[in-house]
Design a protein around this ligand. Structure first.
Ligand SMILES: NC(=O)c1ccc[n+]([C@@H]2O[C@H](COP(=O)([O-])OP(=O)(O)OC[C@H]3O[C@@H](n4cnc5c(N)ncnc54)[C@H](O)[C@@H]3O)[C@@H](O)[C@H]2O)c1
Length: 381
């Protein structure tokens, strides 16, 4: 019998497997609709079918440039309504999100804050609250807290998500993706990482482990000191750009590398982004400044400049570890942990265990402890 990568992934999402069995008995979402706006890939199938097992009708749309057709197929086969095709077009993507909100979900699982922000443009009664997956979403939703005024638990702010996914998994998968997409050796390469938050630490560490010479550019002086004490070079921003063979942005901020940097960039430099939104590297500006552009398969483009230099741009500045049909994304274990937090947080909101004052706040410590204990119990059983 042939099995698929989705089967493999589901079998190794061991926490979600246990929760699915429990939810099938307890049915915490009976009669509820959950609207989700998270990347549609193999691990998402494990999460959304767990929510289905808990009695929810699930309506899902993806993120820009990360929807994987076989995951959509698997979700539809399990009775999940999937809205939208894989797209890189922001306008089209927003249209799918509007269609999702028109189903008036009782709970929202957001990733990047788009769904909750759009909900405020056209609110409807009955939204209980939900969850936000990422750093970028928290930054966007925090100023809207008073308007949202319902329980929204930020998975990103769980210490488990911070170290399991943002640090270890983003570091591993960014390295894995760059190797797979470019097939270039990292040994002796000068890699500049923009941002030394949880994700940046993991990226810097993994490239150092792969024998690259890593520099860090970080705007916060205390965090820059941390990078220095961790043994990374922390030169001036322009020096770090001018000497890099590879530049990886992972900050949540915009316009870190733009066409203004073209005079600084070395011939042959590879530019990649691992931050949530495709705004950290201004791909459009860089492409417009090129004399010619050669596009390869796998979302890799070479920009030829008038002076003969070539700049390689990965995935047009979309997330390097999730872009394209063959991306593996973050490790199964890290996503199983994060998605177990998602399932438990949505359960707590659905059952009225979290009040409106908990709007855009971290995962309750009791849920963190529950998920950590479940993971360790599984490992040491
Ligand atoms: N690719 C993935 O799978 C994945 C997974 C999780 C999070 N993310 C995304 O990665 C990004 C970073 O997440 P994080 O958890 O590390 O965030 P974080 O807030 O912990 O760290 C971001 C760091 O970037 C620094 N920074 C901000 N602007 C900068 C600038 N102009 N130059 C240099 N440094 C700058 C900040 O000072 C901070 O230290 C976010 O967009 C997040 O949503 C991606």
């Amino acid at each position: 019998m042939t099995a698929t990568r989705i089967d493999w992934t589901r079998e190794h999402c061991r926490l979600l497997h246990r929760i699915r069995e429990e939810f099938a008995r307890t049915r915490p979402f009976e009669g509820r609709t959950i609207g989700t706006g998270i990347h549609i890939e193999a691990k998402t199938v494990a999460l959304l079918t767990t929510l289905r097992a808990g009695g929810a009708a699930v309506v899902a749309t993806g993120n820009l440039n990360s929807t994987q057709p076989e995951a959509v197929e698997a979700l539809r086969a399990e009775g999940v309504t999937v809205i939208g095709e894989p797209t890189k077009d922001e306008h089209e993507h927003r249209g799918y999100q509007r269609q999702l909100l028109a189903t008036r979900p009782d709970l929202i699982l957001d990733n990047g804050g788009d769904l909750f922000a759009q909900y405020l443009d056209d609110p409807y009664p009955g939204l209980l609250g939900g969850t936000e997956e990422t750093t970028s979403g928290r930054m966007r939703l925090a100023p809207l807290r008073d308007k949202l005024n319902r329980p929204i638990l930020v998975i990103n702010d769980s210490p488990i998500k911070q170290f399991a996914e943002n640090q270890h998994a983003v570091g591993q998968s960014t390295l894995e993706s760059l190797l797979r997409l470019t097939n270039r050796a990292t040994n002796g390469l000068r890699v500049t990482v923009f941002g030394y938050g949880a994700c940046g630490r993991g990226v810097a560490d993994n490239f150092r482990g792969a024998h690259a010479k890593v520099s860090v550019v970080e705007v916060d002086p205390v965090t820059r000191l941390r990078a220095h004490l961790d043994g990374f070079d922390t030169p001036s921003r322009d020096q770090a750009v001018a000497t890099a063979d590879v530049i990886i942005t992972v900050t949540g901020a915009r316009d870190l590398i733009t066409a203004d940097d073209l005079p600084l960039l070395r011939d042959g430099v590879i530019l990649a982004n691992a931050g949530h939104f495709p705004v950290e590297i201004d791909a459009d500006g860089l492409l417009a400044a090129a004399d010619a552009v050669r596009e390869y398969q796998d979302d890799l483009a070479t920009l030829e400049l008038a002076d003969g230099r070539r700049i390689h741009l990965v995935a047009r500045g979309h997330m390097v570890n999730l872009a394209g049909p063959r991306a593996l994304g973050n490790s199964i274990e890290s996503m199983d942990l994060g998605f177990a937090l998602q399932a438990r947080c949505l359960e707590a909101v659905a059952l009225g265990q979290v009040d409106a004052a908990s709007s855009v706040v971290p995962v309750p410590a009791a849920i963190d402890a529950q998920v950590a204990n479940a993971y360790l119990a599984d490992r040491y059983q």
